[in-house]
Design a protein. Structure first.
Length: 202
């Protein structure tokens, strides 16, 4: 089934986290699934992310010409990013054991890329040409290691997505208030009503 890459699917706040969140409901082995199961979705995701993440990318577009070929490295960056930073949120610290695998995966993503990145206004290189998605994914994932970013990483209590909390007082609870915040409110309301009914049934 074709995925609609809606704004909600880009609430991670950073390309590498939006990518980590393409595996849905990671904490539920019964319900979890991978939106990149069909590698074509990697190219469609890269297209959508070029727009949603234009600010992070300095306007450079992402390109995934042969999604089938890059699928293994994309998955490996994605999974090692999720493991490392999910652990960082829960433990408040980076595990060096997970860091090694993460760095290897990022190195694989960068190994066939030949461009210059990190100059002022061009964090991902010259926006005149596109950048390979797996290389950009690695650059984005590595940027998460900054300690000021690690301190702002959160896990959504409803859907367990990772996201960066950029709110002024660091109080953002949900990946997306309009989706997860409301679902949680609705289920609380449902539980209250059910409890009330049980009482009145007695
Ligand atoms: Zn959520």
């Amino acid at each position: 089934m074709t995925v609609s890459w809606t704004p909600h699917r880009f609430t991670g706040g950073i390309l590498a986290l939006d990518t980590a969140n393409t595996v849905v409901l990671r904490d539920d082995p019964q319900k979890t699934f991978d939106r990149f199961d069909d590698p074509v979705e990697i190219a469609r995701f890269a297209d959508a992310a070029s727009g949603f993440r234009a600010a992070e990318l300095g306007g450079r577009r992402l390109q995934a010409l042969s999604p089938e070929t890059i699928a293994p490295v994309v998955r490996s960056i994605r999974e090692s990013t999720d493991r490392l930073f999910r652990g960082a949120v829960s433990k408040g610290a980076i595990a060096t054991g997970d860091l090694a695998g993460f760095l290897r995966a990022c190195a694989d993503g960068l190994s066939s890329s030949r461009c210059e990145i990190g100059t002022a206004g061009r964090p991902f290189g010259d926006p005149a040409t596109p950048i390979a998605f797996e290389a950009a994914l690695a650059v984005s994932a590595l940027s998460l290691l900054r300690d000021d970013t690690v301190a702002r990483l959160r896990i959504c209590p409803n859907c367990s997505w990772l996201f960066v909390d950029r709110s002024r007082n660091s109080s953002r609870l949900w990946c997306d208030m309009a989706v997860c915040g409301n679902r949680q409110k609705a289920s609380r309301h449902y539980r209250r009503r059910t409890a009330a009914r049980e009482v009145s049934d007695v």
